[in-house]
Design a protein around this ligand. Structure first.
Ligand code: BV8
Ligand code: ZN
Length: 255
């Protein structure tokens, strides 16, 4: 049965790359982008998560992010995030968690699992390819700050500003048309190129270059395991496909 064959691959693997998308956070209450409705407050990410939209109407973009931040701040890691964090701590150095998500839930699970073990959380911290929705960045200087409190986007005057130079601040995420942090992407590619198993969880596999990472693993001889209720463009590259949800699958898969 598929769970057993996936478990056997993971147990035999020396190096595991985990690739997650919005689906891993669905059971925490974070909406996916392309799932049912696939909209955030009626907007498509491709329309608002862009430099052009921010240049044209920073208040509207910040209003959308303020709404998403409030929603995500009320969400907690689910059993899938927790199982992945425990795996990464138990097999420190062998597991690299790579995520497209900006919700910070893998990091929260890593801290919780590390506290549980009075261990260091580092080996369970994810590579956040698309940044974090709780980070602010200056549009002019290199100021960056973690910011979790609510954002007042009711007028241009109350929008976030850089604490150092006063210029407009933006969400610390990668927008469509923007390139990813080269170091993070190179680390993710390296983890996939050397992985015996790539565990792909909850991604529709349509946003590049993140979507290409599973194929990097497959082309390098890694076995791809896909955990997703639906078929995706990555399914054909999978050695094992588990058509189920992340929270229902990962605890048993990774125990
Ligand atoms: C770049 C941060 C260029 C912001 C995000 C044509 C072809 C190929 C590429 C392109 C193209 N046209 C344009 C491009 C480039 C573009 C792209 O890929 N566009 C797509 C739409 C075609 N990519 C970019 O622009 C990237 N940058 O290429 O730069 C460049 C190159 C060189 C030099 C300069 C510039 C930047 C992309 C990053 C965009 N930022 N997020 C924010 O969040 O506000 S993207 C955002 O959407 C997410 O981060 C994520 O990456 C993506 C959503 O995808 P998923 O995570 O997969 O989520 P989705 O909802 O789609 O799917 C959920 C899945 O979960 C489903 O399969 C579902 O079945 C499953 N699921 C549901 N419930 C569960 C579940 N699974 C398990 N358990 C469950 N319970
Ligand atoms: Zn600044």
């Amino acid at each position: 049965m598929v769970l057993e064959s996936a478990r056997a691959l993971l147990l035999a693997a020396r190096r595991i790359a985990v690739l997650t998308g919005a689906g891993v956070s669905a059971e925490s209450g974070v909406p996916t982008f392309r799932g049912a409705g696939g909209l955030w407050k009626g907007f498509r990410a491709e329309d608002l998560a862009t430099p052009g939209a921010f240049a044209r109407d920073p208040r509207a973009v910040w209003e959308w992010y303020a709404w998403r931040r409030t929603l995500i701040d009320a969400c907690r890691p689910n059993a899938a995030h927790e199982a992945l964090a425990r795996l990464a701590l138990d097999r420190a150095g062998a597991v690299t968690i790579i995520t497209q998500n900006v919700d910070g839930l893998h990091g929260a699970a890593a801290h919780a699992a590390a506290t549980e073990r009075a261990a260091e959380s580092m080996s369970a911290m994810p590579l956040e390819l698309h940044g974090s929705i709780f980070e602010l960045r200056c549009t002019r200087c290199d100021w960056v700050a973690e910011h979790r409190s609510s954002i007042d986007a009711s007028s241009d005057a109350t929008l976030p500003r850089c604490a150092r130079c006063g210029a407009r601040a933006r969400p610390g995420v990668v927008w469509f048309g923007e390139s990813l942090d080269e170091r993070r992407l190179a680390a993710a590619r390296e983890a996939c190129a050397t992985a015996d198993v790539a565990l792909v969880v909850g991604t529709s596999g349509v946003v590049h270059p993140a979507a290409g990472l599973a194929l990097v693993a497959a082309l390098a001889g890694g076995a791809v395991i896909e955990v997703n209720p639906d078929e995706t463009p990555l399914s054909h590259a999978a050695a094992v496909v588990i058509r189920a949800s992340a929270a229902a699958t990962l605890p048993a898969l990774l125990a």
